[in-house]
Design a protein around this ligand. Structure first.
Ligand SMILES: Cc1cc2nc3c(=O)[nH]c(=O)nc-3n(C[C@H](O)[C@H](O)[C@H](O)COP(=O)(O)OP(=O)(O)OC[C@H]3O[C@@H](n4cnc5c(N)ncnc54)[C@H](O)[C@@H]3O)c2cc1C
Length: 470
């Protein structure tokens, strides 16, 4: 319960009352993210300094008020949802610091900086910030760090955790700690940086990050490969990766996603194919010219119908635009999109495609598959209508079967979207009771009052996947 006394004290902590939001319209705006479920906070605070965060967290401990950190709310797993009410800490206004130190090849950023802006600034210095989630133009670096976000370039360059050198963190009890630093190497003590990255806002609040930048490749080449059978596309991925070439991106779109894009914003993609893979090579122009020919040969050998090497940057941008358009295009069919990111070992990609086709037929659902195929991180998306309760029951079962299939094939519940509320009931299925218990012990040691993002990652008593309002 937020009392008059608490509000009075918050007004003393926050430099400006404009960043304390209590109107109903504001609370509605913070009650949802890009996943499922609606939960209202009691109030929203928009801190823009570490001192403000410390004051808020100490007060929250004194009165046992839950705190829910939030970037721009693009989470697909329920990460920032205030499931127990309390305070949402909105970091989207704290974007003031974006320093590129080219000599040290690092960027220093505040939590609300939009991720794509880091790479744009780095580019001015001949450098690159590789992590590129498809939401990078709208999501914050704080949210990316908390979710350990990945993107197409993850195939060659890895994900967010691989580029974090140091963090400033406000602990769940309101202490300020620094992990890591500005150096490329650092083995002093436990690696708390890696513990915080991917902890989904449950172990600490990130108030500053030091990120590693790398030299920007001299050039890129995009290749479109089309297939009459999506299973062949799965084989092509492994064949390219064992041909001595590591592309920077390998993204797949199935026929349903290609048709959806063409109906939304026609680009000229072939709609009569079962799947297409978009490949990007990067490096020295002469090297990628040779590599393009090898990729072409390898793909044709495993049954590709055709391979088209983009003539110029404009043609390449058009193809990558098609990939970006998949999400907005598929929701035009039906209003509800359930985006999964169950991830499997690369060798199991063809088998996973087969199993997804079976699940689609068994539950009579609209299932579209696209994603970061090169690293096994597929995005089976179910397009449905949450008002249709009968269909949603079938969708629930299909989602559970997708999770079970990924784990059976040696994969994981989530390659990048995180657990949040959506996948919490399935954690034991992947990690076992003892594995989940070890994680709970870490949470209890860091956050004894269970202040920070409670109700996430760990299932609450009786919690199960519910996509239908009961
Ligand atoms: C169209 C679309 C495409 C997407 N594509 C990708 C993709 O390719 N790859 C991918 O990985 N994800 C993708 N996502 C998911 C989402 O964009 C990422 O999870 C992103 O990292 C969330 O960032 P955000 O700023 O929106 O954070 P939010 O959604 O607001 O929060 C996410 C989590 O971060 C925590 N958090 C936020 N800020 C802080 C902080 N300062 N300190 C501690 N915890 C904090 C929150 O509590 C929450 O648990 C996509 C989402 C959409 C809608």
């Amino acid at each position: 319960m937020i009392t008059e006394e608490i509000i009075h004290r918050l007004k003393n902590i926050m430099d400006s009352e404009d960043r304390i939001l209590m109107e109903k319209a504001d609370l509605v705006s913070y009650s949802y993210d890009a996943s499922f479920g609606t939960y209202f906070p009691d109030l929203v605070l928009q801190p823009i300094s570490t001192e403000e965060v410390v004051g808020i967290v100490k007060l929250a401990n004194e009165f046992t008020i839950p705190i829910y950190p939030r970037g721009t709310g693009t989470s697909l797993s329920g990460g920032p949802l205030p499931v127990h009410g309390g305070i949402v800490l909105d970091f989207s206004r704290w974007s003031q610091t974006l320093i590129i130190d080219a000599a040290d090849t690092i960027a220093i950023v505040s939590p609300g900086v939009i991720t794509a802006d880091i790479d744009s600034e780095a580019k001015k210095h001949g450098l690159m910030y590789p992590p590129d989630p498809s939401s990078s133009h709208v999501s914050t670096i704080g949210g990316n760090l908390a979710e350990n976000a990945g993107g197409p370039r993850g195939l060659k360059y890895g994900v967010t955790k691989d580029y974090v050198l140091g963090l400033e963190v406000v602990t769940p009890e309101g202490e300020v700690i620094r992990t890591g630093g500005r150096t490329i190497k650092n083995v002093t003590g436990y690696d708390l940086t890696k513990l915080i990255v991917g902890s989904e806002g449950t172990l600490g609040i990130i108030t500053e990050a030091i990120l590693q930048l790398i030299p920007r490749p001299l050039s890129t080449q995009t290749i479109m490969v089309i297939f009459d059978d999506i299973v062949d596309a799965g084989h092509a991925i492994s064949s390219v990766l064992t041909s001595g070439i590591l592309p920077s991106k390998m993204e797949i779109m199935d026929q349903a996603s290609i048709i959806a894009v063409e109906e939304y914003q026609p680009i000229g993609l072939p709609v009569d194919v079962d799947a297409m893979i978009l490949i990007e090579l990067d490096g020295h122009p002469l090297a990628i010219k040779d590599e393009s020919e090898i990729v072409k040969r390898v793909c044709l050998e495993v049954g590709a119908r055709d391979v088209e090497i983009a003539k110029d940057d404009a043609a390449a941008s058009k193809l990558w635009k098609a990939r970006k358009l998949v999400s907005p295009a598929i929701v035009r069919k039906k209003p509800t999109k359930i985006s999964e990111d169950a991830t499997i070992p690369r060798s199991k990609i063809p088998e996973m495609f087969k199993r997804l086709q079976e699940i689609k037929a068994k539950y009579e659902i609209d299932l579209v598959v696209f994603g970061h195929a090169g690293d096994g991180n597929l995005h089976p998306n179910i397009i449905t209508n949450k008002q249709d309760k009968e269909e949603m029951k079938r969708v629930e079962k299909a989602v559970e079967e997708i999770f079970a299939t990924a784990i059976e094939l040696g994969g994981t519940l989530s390659g990048e979207h995180g657990i949040g509320t959506m996948k919490a009931p399935f954690m034991v299925m992947e990690l076992g009771e003892a594995g989940v218990d070890m994680m709970k012990r870490i949470k209890m040691a860091w956050d004894p009052n269970n202040i920070l993002n409670p109700g996430k990652i760990f299932a609450e008593k009786g919690q199960r996947l519910v996509l239908v309002d009961e």
